[in-house]
Design a protein around this ligand. Structure first.
Ligand code: GNR
Ligand code: NI
Length: 177
């Protein structure tokens, strides 16, 4: 078990487009388990591999009240989108900022689970928002990209300032002094 370091905007590595996962083996399942541990520890309701500098199409989610409904999607593809919904979003890679973002209200997603079995899910609400947010990460996209350049730049400057002042260090391998 290990906590992974979460990259923060405007880190360029968050702009990497992830490639498909090939073989799903025990090493990958260990990594998935580390992603869950990192997500629950943060805490967050989702985490994409891109955020922990691993550029394969892999994400974990748990939107349940009691954090006991782990979901893992490998090579996820959205095959259907319907409706429009605005929800306030946050991101572990954009710490401390929350903005209203418009996304599809209901989606159908196809993926593989951690055993390589095909899964298909049609869902709405927070889970649908979270899946779209995580797949954006795999494409190198962040929720701040939907904001105006002015707003995005303000957020960038504030995060850079905070990191400079050491107030926002979430790297588990670096002690907070
Ligand atoms: O923890 C998270 N909360 C959240 C809230 C609204 C919409 C999306 C999210 S995902 C976020 C965790 C994260 O950054 N995942 O990439
Ligand atoms: Ni995010």
């Amino acid at each position: 078990m290990a906590l992974l370091n979460i990259l923060h905007f405007p880190d360029k590595r968050l702009r990497t487009k992830a490639s498909d996962v090939g073989t799903i083996d025990d090493a990958l399942r260990q990594f998935i388990s580390d992603m869950f541990e990192t997500m629950y520890d943060a805490p967050g309701i989702g985490l994409a591999a891109t955020q922990v500098d691993f550029h394969k199409r892999l994400l974990v989610i748990d939107v349940s009240e009691e954090s006991n409904e782990p979901l893992c999607f490998i090579n996820p593809v959205i095959t259907h989108k319907e409706g429009v919904e605005v929800m306030q979003e946050g991101c572990l890679s954009v710490p401390g900022f929350y903005e209203d973002i418009e996304r599809a209200e209901s989606i159908t997603v196809q993926a593989l689970d951690k055993n390589g079995e095909k899964i298909e899910l049609t869902t709405g609400g927070l889970l649908a928002v979270c899946i779209q947010h995580e797949i954006d990460h795999l494409d190198g996209k962040l929720f701040v990209d939907y904001l105006s350049p002015l707003k995005r730049n303000r957020i960038k400057k504030k995060i850079e300032k905070m990191e400079k002042e050491h107030a926002f260090n979430t790297d588990p391998n670096t002690p907070a002094i």
